[in-house]
Design a protein around this ligand. Structure first.
Ligand SMILES: [Zn+2]
Length: 212
């Protein structure tokens, strides 16, 4: 079972990935993790990726897809995979299809975790982090003293300011809508999952969409 997860920033995709993986008994695969793994292992593609990163450049799609292909070829991925945010653009979707078909596999479903933008702004702007020890908090206001280290002040990340969140959501919308349309045209089952409510409720909806 090969599943691709999509989700607006703040929709809880990262929380759902390990839960779905446990329920479906397949591992997750996220781009950042496999890139770090390839760099640690010193594979030729890993070293190539490291070269780009050391220069402060984006790692090109063909290098990332190469690393993902190598990883998916391992025995632990033989029964399937939860691809966590691996595809963000149409060229990446096309590349991922080539990688999977080389392995004689295909995507069974794309799950898109969706939630109202106002709810996301509320969720994300409620996050703060200690400027001294970096402990993250939810439901604590900026300016409070950190309860963990007792010294630092809580601050809101620039990324979590309401205007920045709305900007990230606009970028997501522009990038993602064409990708979901591409998958629908390609005949892949694209399911939109209501990502509001509790983590368990969202998992249940996602599994139901997969017929589990
Ligand atoms: Zn602290």
């Amino acid at each position: 079972m090969n599943i691709l997860l999509f989700g607006k920033p703040g929709a809880g995709k990262g929380t759902q990935a390990p839960k779905l993986a446990a329920a479906l008994k397949v591992p997750t695969l996220a781009t950042g993790d496999v890139l770090r793994g390839a760099i640690r292992a010193g594979t030729p593609l890993g070293l190539k990726a490291k070269g780009y990163m050391d220069r402060g450049d984006l790692v090109p799609d063909d290098v990332i897809l190469g690393v993902i292909g190598e990883t998916l070829g391992r025995p632990e991925y033989a029964n399937g995979v939860i691809l966590d945010g691996v595809v963000r653009t149409v060229p990446q979707a096309e590349g991922m299809k080539r990688v999977l078909s080389t392995l004689k596999r295909k995507l069974e479903a794309v799950l898109s975790f969706d939630i109202n933008n106002d709810e996301i702004v509320k969720r994300l702007s409620g996050r703060t982090v200690c400027e001294a020890c970096q402990t993250p908090y939810t439901g604590h206001a900026a300016g409070e003293t950190c309860a963990t280290c007792g010294k630092g002040k809580l601050v809101r990340r620039k990324d979590d300011e309401p205007d920045a969140i709305r900007n990230r959501l606009d970028v997501y919308e522009k990038q993602t809508a064409p990708v979901l349309d591409w998958y629908k045209r390609d005949g892949v089952n694209v399911a939109t999952i209501d990502a509001s409510g509790s983590v368990d409720d969202v998992s249940k909806r996602a599994l139901k969409a997969l017929g589990r």
